[in-house]
Design a protein around this ligand. Structure first.
Ligand SMILES: NC(=O)c1ccc[n+]([C@@H]2O[C@H](COP(=O)([O-])OP(=O)(O)OC[C@H]3O[C@@H](n4cnc5c(N)ncnc54)[C@H](OP(=O)(O)O)[C@@H]3O)[C@@H](O)[C@H]2O)c1
Length: 332
């Protein structure tokens, strides 16, 4: 391995105000100086990658840029930290794929403090089936459990249920014994959600705007991956004492609500960040997914793509048309 070593990356360039992604040849010397050089075999597709690839400056300030907020592979060189060449690692979040070249390239160079040892019995592909989306779903469910959520309390709703985060949340909650209600705009995806363990699938009209500040409680707890108006409506429908984990904004970042769910029903709105949390918290969730929390149906239904399919797959995220988990395999 020398600085002249060439590798392939799916790189986004700005041309006359348009953002265009294509395969490029880079050199290891093009990567930023840092502790650990990793040969990436797999990455995972996330909504945030679609934002980066479309030139969203809140995610990525400077172009050309290699997106990919998740990466898994093998350490090639390590100048700091506990890692040695040959170690299997995964990296999610922090600045990876935002303003640091990410997992859509065959190599990344990152701080040792971003790297997690691959859980025993997992390979890179399995780790990337979960990726940031799976980690986020796990953190959402963990927060509900910490607040005392239990299956006997009643139904748990998952909004954006067919998405990357939502689909893992559906399967994990069902595996833990909860009665899961998926809320999805994709009518043709109802069977797939039921196969993951949802007992019922409602359309997005279940969270359509209502004038009343509180509605009849329909769900004991919920995982919300969409934010905006649907989250405001979900908060009106939670049983007394119930909680909503909130992680996303595909329906918008604004949240217009009243204090009534909080002061009359004692509801809790639980924020979830999977990006900047301490590495040990990420490792704890990975260890669960590689053990008791394994989502075998998600693992079996994940779709693999090569770099040549990234453009269309990322566009589907921006249109809300993506579903399930998509893994980027650099060998395809
Ligand atoms: N906080 C964190 O650390 C963290 C980590 C990962 C992701 N996120 C955020 O979580 C959200 C979901 O991410 P993802 O990777 O799961 O994205 P995704 O795969 O695109 O899933 C989002 C789903 O939301 C639904 N949806 C899309 N547009 C909508 C709209 N306008 N109104 C209502 N529902 C809509 C769709 O599901 P249906 O068709 O089934 O309704 C879509 O599949 C994103 O906002 C992402 O940025 C946050």
């Amino acid at each position: 391995m020398t600085n002249d070593t060439e590798f392939k990356a799916w790189r986004v360039q700005e041309q006359d105000g348009e953002y265009i992604g294509s395969e490029q040849t880079l050199h290891v010397s093009d990567l930023p100086e840092n502790d650990v050089l990793i040969r990436v075999s797999h990455s995972s597709l996330n909504y945030k990658d679609a934002l980066s690839a479309s030139g969203n400056k809140g995610v990525t300030r400077n172009f050309p840029h290699t997106p990919g907020i998740d990466a898994a592979g093998e350490v090639v060189e390590a100048s700091a930290g506990p890692f040695s060449p040959g170690d299997k690692v995964l990296v999610t979040g922090y600045d990876l794929g935002m303003n640091t070249d990410g997992g859509f390239g065959e190599y990344i160079r990152v701080p040792a403090g971003w790297c997690v040892s691959m859980p025993r019995d997992w390979d890179a592909r399995t780790a990337m089936i979960y990726g940031t989306a799976g980690l986020t779903a796990g953190l959402c469910v963990q927060k509900l459990l910490t607040m005392g959520a239990a299956p006997e309390q009643g139904k748990v709703a998952v909004s954006g249920a067919s998405g990357a985060v939502g689909s893992v949340a559906v399967e994990l909650l069902a595996n833990l014994g909860f009665e899961v209600v998926g809320i999805s705009g994709k009518q043709d995806h109802a069977d797939a959600l039921k196969n993951l363990g949802a007992s019922e699938v409602l359309g997005r009209d279940a969270l359509a705007a209502e004038k009343k500040p509180l509605l009849k409680p329909a769900f004991a707890n919920a995982v919300d991956t969409v934010g905006g108006g649907p989250l405001a409506e979900l908060l009106k429908q939670i049983h007394p004492g119930g909680s909503v984990s909130c992680c996303g904004l595909v329906a918008g970042p604004q949240l217009e609500t009243t204090v009534l769910p909080f002061i009359l029903r004692g509801n809790n709105l639980l924020g979830v960040d999977s990006v900047e949390i301490p590495l040990a918290q990420k490792q704890a969730v990975w260890d669960k997914f590689s053990g008791d929390w394994a989502c075998k149906k998600t693992e079996a239904s994940a779709r693999d793509i090569g770099r040549g399919e990234l453009d269309s797959a990322l566009r589907a995220f921006l249109k809300g048309e993506s579903s399930g988990k998509i893994v980027l395999d650099h060998s395809m």
